[in-house]
Design a protein around this ligand. Structure first.
Ligand code: PXL
Length: 275
């Protein structure tokens, strides 16, 4: 029988990130996807496509979580843009009720590209969700904000931040440098409490894309649901997303959308993930 995953996240109207990404990525992995929607992101063409976020009421999020967990025994759960402290608390309660056997991937979305900080969820994440995470996937800015380790600029800094987040209770932490560190490689650091794994992929140019972070966390969730260990899940997910980035689709915003089916339909010969 197919494995099942739940994403608790926002809707990205543009199709690259959010639950749109998560469902497409689950499907690409042969995992049955379900959703609990927390927010709806639109883009205002009259104001340079600035993000506009509408939040779903807490009681509506509660009803979705109750439905989803009552209907399915999940093999993986992922969260993305939760948006409000109430949504964080509701998800934490649902995860605790589901029990520790379900892998949970926390993508601690604090900011959206092209948009400043949303509601400040730092404390909620650290107190309520980090201790429940099988893997958490902060980017450099999120890792800095969640740990207070400012200005992460190299692999040593990323290792320190990963250790700090592990110390707050996450089983494993993937700090995503992505293409933002100096050098020819995009670099991510995984820490599982016993050792570090550094993943490198050749940078695919300087381009900004929408949806890479959501897609990576959804791919890790899929791999964990299918039975991979964390390091294998991360390596495969990185390969999947590197193809999705290489296959990016232009749109009017100037920030291209990742192409979630690229690994299957148009894989790039330039993609290589090294440990
Ligand atoms: O990439 C962060 C992100 C997460 N979730 C939703 C988004 C975005 C960025 O566009 O729209 C719904």
């Amino acid at each position: 029988m197919a494995k099942r995953a739940l994403t608790v996240a926002g809707s990205d109207t543009s199709g690259g990130a959010g639950i749109q990404a998560d469902l497409k990525v689950f499907e690409e992995h042969g995992v049955f996807g379900t959703t609990a929607l927390t927010s709806i992101v639109s883009y205002d063409p009259a104001r340079g496509f600035v993000h506009d976020i509408d939040f779903v009421d807490a009681e509506v999020i509660a009803k979705q979580l109750e439905s989803a967990f009552a209907m399915h025994a999940f093999d993986g759960v992922k969260s993305g843009m939760l948006g409000t402290p109430e949504a964080v608390t509701l998800l934490a309660a649902a995860l605790r009720k589901a029990g520790a056997g379900v892998p949970y991937v926390l993508d601690p979305v604090l900011v959206c590209k092209g948009q400043g900080a949303m509601v400040d969820l730092r404390r909620s994440f650290v107190e309520e969700l980090v201790p429940l995470a099988t893997v958490m996937t902060p980017n450099l800015e999120e890792a800095a904000q969640l740990t207070g380790v400012e200005g992460l600029g190299d692999v040593a800094d990323m290792k320190r931040a990963a250790e700090a987040l592990h110390g707050l209770g996450a089983e494993a932490v993937l700090v995503k440098g992505g293409a933002r560190l100096a050098g020819d490689d995009a670099v991510d650091v995984l820490y599982d409490g016993s050792g570090f794994t550094v993943f490198r992929t050749p940078k695919l140019g300087e381009l900004m894309v929408n949806g890479a972070g959501c897609s990576l966390a959804a791919a890790i969730t899929s791999e964990l649901a299918l039975g991979s260990d964390v390091a294998t899940a991360v390596e495969r997910a990185k390969t999947f997303v590197a193809h999705a980035i290489a296959g990016h689709l232009p749109n009017a915003t100037g920030v291209d959308s990742v192409w979630h089916a690229a690994a299957r339909l148009s894989p790039s010969p330039d993609v290589a993930v090294r440990r």
